[in-house]
Write a protein that binds this ligand. Structure first.
Ligand SMILES: [Zn+2]
Length: 283
């Protein structure tokens, strides 16, 4: 869909087998900027490049126009097609330096953060050509300036992208969605990043909020509500985790299981990703 004449949003669907009995449908948004050259933000999972290329061709452009791919962070549903897109088009890959090891070596990422079905979501590492810096401004086209905002917490090198002229903020996975799978590296950083997004909203730097996995939000009150909900959810998680994660576990995931039960979240949330996030609270 078109956000503006040149800035488009493409929804990419995928599935994850959370366990042998539970398959879930997910989607991830990717942004395509049709300038003189094409810029992509995020690439979906393995094989999503077919949909991205089809969309570009449907809009009368050639995939050889793809010059730059910005990766908001290293997780598989954002980098899954980056290697193919780079190999086919010769584009440059940009990401924050803190994501380097997990983007350039997916085996390391899988060993440190074992997402269910990891290698079905991403099967190739990709080299970063240049690192994104906080406050860096990148011109995607005349009058399309993308400002990089380092937004750690979900992962240590997560970035948000603010389209300055069009006042669109893309926050990728930086804002937790109420009752969604708890998924972060550092709880305090995540809360701080959420407050930075709120400050950006309060000062009207953006009027359209775009995340990786929600519909586009354009109503200022709705943006506020979404931020409030994310913060409330984080506080509820923090309170519960701190009341449960004490001492040594007598069996793996014992605390995670108790916390999920107390929070009233689905059973399949008891997994290494959530356990890792819960351990990211200052207990
Ligand atoms: Zn993520």
């Amino acid at each position: 869909m078109k956000l503006t004449e040149k800035i488009h949003l493409l929804r990419l669907d995928f599935q994850i087998n959370m366990n042998p009995h539970k398959k879930i449908d997910r989607f991830v948004n990717c942004i395509i900027v049709f300038g003189n050259k094409i810029t992509l933000i995020d690439t979906g999972t393995k094989g999503s490049f077919h949909n991205i290329f089809a969309y570009i061709r449907e809009h009368g452009r050639d995939i050889s126009d793809i010059e730059t791919v910005i990766l908001s962070h290293s997780h598989p549903d954002h980098i899954g097609s980056a290697a193919e897109i780079k190999n086919i088009t010769g584009c440059q890959i940009l990401a924050h330096e803190n994501e380097k090891s997990w983007i350039e070596n997916i085996e390391i990422q899988n060993s440190e953060r074992p997402v269910p079905d990891f290698f079905k979501l991403v099967d190739k590492s990709v080299k970063i050509d240049a690192f994104l810096e906080h406050d860096q401004e990148i011109m995607a086209d005349k009058n399309i300036t993308m400002k990089v905002i380092h937004s750690p917490g979900h992962s240590k090198g997560s970035v948000n992208i603010l389209f300055l002229e069009d006042r669109i903020l893309f926050t990728a996975d930086s804002i937790p969605v109420k009752n969604d799978i708890p998924n972060y590296d550092n709880f305090n950083d995540l809360l701080h990043s959420l407050n930075c997004i709120r400050a950006s909203h309060d000062s009207r730097d953006h009027e359209i909020l775009l995340t990786s996995w929600t519909p586009v939000i354009t109503d200022p009150k709705e943006i506020e509500r979404f931020l409030d909900e994310g913060e409330c959810y984080l506080n509820a998680l923090d309170e519960t985790v701190k009341s449960i994660y004490v001492g040594k576990e007598s069996e793996p995931f014992e605390f995670c299981k108790k916390a999920i039960l107390k929070l009233g979240l689905p059973d399949f949330y008891v997994n290494p990703i959530v356990d890792r996030a819960f351990r990211a609270h200052k207990i």
